[in-house]
Design a protein around this ligand. Structure first.
Ligand SMILES: *Cc1c(COP(=O)(O)O)cnc(C)c1O
Length: 234
């Protein structure tokens, strides 16, 4: 069961794998943030995860996250929106989330900027989500739209571009996912050398339970891990 010690144990096991992957890649484990993906988990389990040391929480639905953030607060934790954001949920997302990983259209970027203005939010850190497999059904902008999206975000008043995010097509074999991770890093490196990221080198939000070690080998700085921490979702 998901008591504090079992969740703490699983978090420790993931952090150990993060360490191992970072070491293999000649990187520091500190460069990798673990985002515990708490979507579908009840509030009490998320509370327990926070008590067990989870600091960054990932949610994919605004409405579901609202209940959790309202109940658990955002002092001890940072909340990341990792799911697609519909226009009619954007205002609540601006009020609730610390970071939005899923900016994938110019219209959404402009809307978020305007809502920050209306909600008196000085700055909203965002990542641009790319769909690198050109799957029409996947969320994320195609690579060809990256440049205009970056321009829109960086010309906005309130959005702070902090990195890129992707969810590659699912494959049981993470080695087949590696090229997508590598491509995202290449794109990040080009943007970073052009000084497009607010402050730092540019985050790479990539890697989930079954493939985060490979993502870290390819440069991930934010891994989004759900099942490996909380068990299978209902
Ligand atoms: C659900 C989800 C995850 C976590 O997936 P697991 O396989 O449970 O680790 C990561 N990223 C996104 C965008 C998700 O929707």
């Amino acid at each position: 069961m998901a008591d504090v010690s079992s969740l703490a144990r699983r978090l420790a096991a993931i952090r150990e794998q993060i360490d191992g992957a970072a070491t293999r890649a000649g990187r520091l484990a500190d460069e990798v943030q673990l985002i515990a993906v708490s979507k579908t988990q009840p509030i009490e389990i998320v509370r327990t995860a926070i008590a067990a040391g989870a600091r960054d929480l990932g949610e994919n639905r605004v409405q579901e996250a609202e209940a959790k953030i309202t109940a658990l607060g955002s002092n001890a934790s940072r909340w990341h929106l990792i799911g697609p954001l519909q226009a009619n949920k954007a205002r609540r997302a601006v009020k609730l989330f610390d970071v939005v990983h899923t900016v994938d259209s110019i219209a959404l970027a402009q809307r978020l900027d305007r809502l920050c203005q209306e909600e008196d939010r000085a700055a909203l850190p965002v990542l641009i989500q790319l769909s690198l497999a050109n799957e029409a059904t996947k969320s994320g902008a195609p690579e060809a739209e990256l440049a205009p999206l970056v321009r829109t975000v960086n010309q906005s008043e309130h959005l702070r571009l902090i990195g890129l995010m992707t969810v590659p097509p699912y494959d049981d074999d993470p080695e087949r996912t590696r090229p997508y991770f590598r491509r995202l890093r290449e794109l990040r490196d080009v943007l970073a050398s052009n000084g497009e990221f607010a402050g730092a080198a540019g985050e790479l939000s990539m890697g989930m339970s079954h493939d985060f070690p490979v993502a870290i080998e390819e440069g991930a700085t934010m891994v989004r891990v759900g099942t490996a921490i909380f068990g299978e979702r209902q």
